[in-house]
Design a protein around this ligand. Structure first.
Ligand SMILES: NC(=O)c1ccc[n+]([C@@H]2O[C@H](COP(=O)([O-])OP(=O)(O)OC[C@H]3O[C@@H](n4cnc5c(N)ncnc54)[C@H](OP(=O)(O)O)[C@@H]3O)[C@@H](O)[C@H]2O)c1
Length: 269
């Protein structure tokens, strides 16, 4: 079942369930969404494991989180390297059990201007970073969490997963793969005390995003972070934010093939 916690929540409410989680991993913590989630989760008693590649931005987020009372560990890591990320997750979870993991890291590359098809290297890289990497991390953690009988995993997908986007085939496909993986993992581990949540955002507005899309389709960064944590806290299987992207998914499914193809060929944000 797909539930979307799109109802208004009180401002600045970081979920109560999430607040009691003590050891939280966030991948992509150097990025816009991961950083916003880290800032919201930072509180006394919380230990944040912040992963990313850009140490300068990780350090900045860590400073903010420490000022809010959290303790923080940073890890510089390339999630395109499966052996390195699986070794890292084993090390961090063996040091002390991870209560919750927010797997946010991802790349949004599209077909380069003037080209028709994505470069093959880009296809392989996006498949690794957006699908294989987070899926393998989730599997490794879920195995450990099942053994403990508890744990929470959040995967950040995308509303792009619902559509065959000719301008971003691998982004759409990697997020579609991640979505199916998340749903299957949720079914497998739910009975063993592990909660898996997939959030599929539409367009999120942040300072460097530079989105040439209508404002009505943009969700402000802080509002997106609040809704992601609300979905995580509520333990819903799948949240689409904002809700109108669920309607676009329905439209994609309902339109006759010829009309759908014509629309998708024109769409290039
Ligand atoms: N922004 C949107 O409108 C939107 C919409 C739907 C879904 N999403 C999804 O939300 C997630 C976060 O996006 P964002 O908007 O916050 O983008 P962002 O600011 O570019 O952040 C991306 C994060 O992923 C990390 N990352 C990328 N490649 C990595 C790699 N090979 N190894 C380790 N870390 C890597 C980046 O780390 P470094 O910067 O340190 O390299 C950064 O922390 C992504 O999964 C994206 O697909 C975003």
């Amino acid at each position: 079942m797909s539930k979307t916690p799109d109802a208004p929540f009180p401002a600045n409410t970081t979920s109560e369930t999430v607040r009691v989680l003590r050891r939280i991993l966030i991948t992509g913590a150097s990025g816009a969404i991961g950083g916003a989630l880290a800032r919201r989760l930072a509180a006394p008693g919380t230990h944040l494991l912040l992963w990313g590649r850009d140490m300068a931005r990780l350090t900045l987020i860590a400073t903010i989180c420490r000022a809010a009372g959290a303790t923080v560990e940073l890890r510089q890591i390339d999630l395109a390297e499966p052996a390195a990320s699986l070794a890292a997750i084993a090390a961090d979870d063996s040091a002390a059990p991870i209560d919750a993991a927010l797997l946010v890291a991802g790349q949004g590359d599209a077909v380069p201007p003037g080209q028709i098809v994505e470069p093959a290297e880009q296809v392989a890289r996006l498949a690794a970073v957006n699908f294989a990497g987070p899926a393998a991390l989730a599997a490794a953690l879920a195995t450990r969490m099942v053994a403990r009988g508890q744990g929470r995993i959040l995967l950040v997908g995308s509303a792009a997963a619902f559509h065959a986007l000719p301008h971003a085939p691998t982004y759409a496909a990697s997020k579609a793969g991640l979505a199916r993986f998340a749903d299957a993992l949720r079914l497998a581990v739910g009975p063993h005390g592990v909660i898996v949540t997939l959030v599929s955002p539409g367009f999120i507005d942040w300072a460097n995003g530079g989105r040439p899309v209508p404002r009505a389709l943009l969700l402000p960064l802080e509002e997106a972070a609040r809704r992601i944590l609300a979905a995580f806290d509520a333990g819903v299987g799948h949240a689409i934010i904002p809700r109108r992207f669920a309607l676009l998914r329905l439209l994609d499914r309902a339109l006759p093939g010829v009309a759908r193809d014509a629309l998708l060929r024109q769409f290039r944000p």
